[in-house]
Write a protein that binds this ligand. Structure first.
Ligand code: PMP
Length: 461
């Protein structure tokens, strides 16, 4: 049943147009288009301000992993706000939820990680990693180790330094990025890899590229290699199984730190709690966010090994503070939310449900493999993509002038389905772990209709 439109919708659209800057949007185009105001959510479903019901196949921004409307999370936040809404983590202060959260993250993450720095989100966690790695090498007598390597098409946030490890053109253009000490190797992109899609060849090419880049820069000058286990914002690029382990082994051998960015892949998104778990990878540092609080409050974290922690702690002048922190580091309300969200993944059965329904997610996408627009179908756990092509054999994309991304998004929206488009031709999906088999059937039906609707326009063929 459609509910009436929000009584102040027109006024709000006008205020939005005049004042609110929308991240990662073309600003002027947004003013012309106007905001799509979302109003409420329950489970896997969203309702916008005109009462339109939408199946959210992207979990907000790949973060609302538990789905909307969990009362116990609301309670956890309210209780903490009532008791103590804020406690600084600065100096020697702290709060119970932050302490418990740090211990819980150490318990559930790879064994190599023992120390936790709680941030406001993923970008800040990546930035903290870069700053603290710099301090680590300065403090441990290797100040020349300052070069950072990441993957083409990688995304590591949009902070002033992290955006340089992000290797997507719009995050660099006009921002004078990357920094001179930031370098890239090719993406392990099976569908479009010059070495072909064979698993072993893709892995070998990545390892060889890392070795070559480190040799070019000089191992004694390279600090770290950053990667996502699955490249999210770069187009949901899923490397072969074994790739992450091979890269971590290579990094260890090359004497550079291995930093895994699990901001998207953490907390059951790909099946296990962390993507690292599937391959027994023990990173030196790991960044998380998104699913940590499932979007109910802002928070991320940087986890590090005892070795990195000790290098920073013991290498600093005795008694001197380590000058990195923010007012809201280890925020107690966000920490209380995160603790309840982590309880829901485990005791609440959401992790198990995500693993159980992953085959229905896979089936919903695989059912479209023969669709005339679909060139590649890829998925792992509850993370997946369709890559659209105008010609399946040449893998030719579409003329950007067609504005396919906007058309797909708008058509999907009209059909009651939210997903995300990357570039002009990749559709990404990251449904909440609470999805049911029936909801995946709805997703499949609405997605097929969306592709058919777009295909029916003469200019797309
Ligand atoms: N790393 C990865 C892999 C991400 O996907 C993102 C966000 N999409 C970030 C870092 C940055 O996180 P945030 O947006 O919370 O700052």
């Amino acid at each position: 049943m459609q509910s009436p439109a929000h009584p102040h919708l027109d006024a709000l659209i006008s205020l939005d147009r005049g004042h609110l800057i929308h991240p990662v949007a073309p600003w002027r185009k947004h003013e012309q288009r106007g905001v799509t105001m979302l109003e409420s959510g329950q489970g896997a479903w969203l309702k916008d301000a005109s009462g339109h019901q939408l199946l959210d196949a992207f979990a907000g921004l790949w973060c609302v992993n538990i789905g909307y409307g969990h009362e116990s999370v609301v309670q956890a936040a309210a209780e903490q706000m009532r008791k103590l809404p804020y406690a600084t983590g600065y100096f020697h202060f702290g709060s119970e939820p932050a302490i418990r959260l740090a211990a819980k993250l150490v318990e559930i993450s790879p064994a190599s990680l023992t120390r936790v720095y709680l941030t406001l989100g993923g970008s800040e966690a990546v930035d903290a990693a870069i700053r603290l790695i710099t301090q680590y090498f300065n403090n441990t007598g290797r100040p020349e180790k300052k070069q950072f390597i990441s993957l083409q098409r990688g995304y590591h946030g949009s902070s002033s330094m992290g955006s340089g490890l992000t290797a997507l053109p719009v995050f660099h253009r006009g921002f004078d990025m990357p920094l001179p000490n930031q370098h890239y190797i090719a993406s392990p992109y099976p569908y479009r890899n010059p070495v072909g899609s064979d698993d072993a060849a893709v892995i070998a090419a990545s390892v060889a590229a890392l070795r070559a880049k480190v040799a070019e820069l000089g191992a004694e000058r390279v600090a770290a290699f950053f990667c996502e286990p699955i490249q999210g914002s770069g187009g949901v690029i899923i490397p072969p199984k074994g790739w992450l382990k091979a890269m971590s082994d290579a990094a260890r051998e090359l004497d550079i730190l291995f930093v895994v960015d699990e901001v998207i892949t953490g907390f059951g998104r790909t099946g296990p709690m962390f993507a690292c778990d599937a391959e027994g990878v023990q990173p030196d540092l790991m960044t998380v966010a998104k699913g940590l609080t499932a979007g109910y409050a802002p928070m991320g974290a940087l986890l590090m090994s005892e070795q990195v922690y000790a290098g920073i702690a013991d290498g600093a002048p005795v008694g001197a503070p380590i000058g990195h922190g923010a007012t809201y580091s280890a925020h107690p309300v966000s920490a209380a939310v995160a603790l309840e969200v982590l309880r829901l993944y485990e005791e609440g059965g959401l992790l198990a449900n995500g693993q159980k329904v992953a085959s229905h997610f896979a089936a919903a996408l695989e059912g479209l493999r023969e669709h005339p627009l679909v060139g590649d179908v890829r998925h792992r756990g509850l993370l997946g993509a369709l890559e659209l092509v105008s010609d399946k054999s040449s893998k030719q994309g579409f003329d950007p002038a067609l504005g396919l991304a906007d058309r797909l998004f708008d058509t999907g929206y009209r059909n009651g389905l939210v997903f995300r488009s990357f570039g002009d031709h990749i559709l990404g999906f990251a449904p909440a772990l609470c999805f049911s088999e029936d909801e995946f059937a709805v997703m499949a039906e609405r997605l097929r209709k969306t592709l058919d609707d777009v295909l029916s326009h003469a200019d797309v063929r």
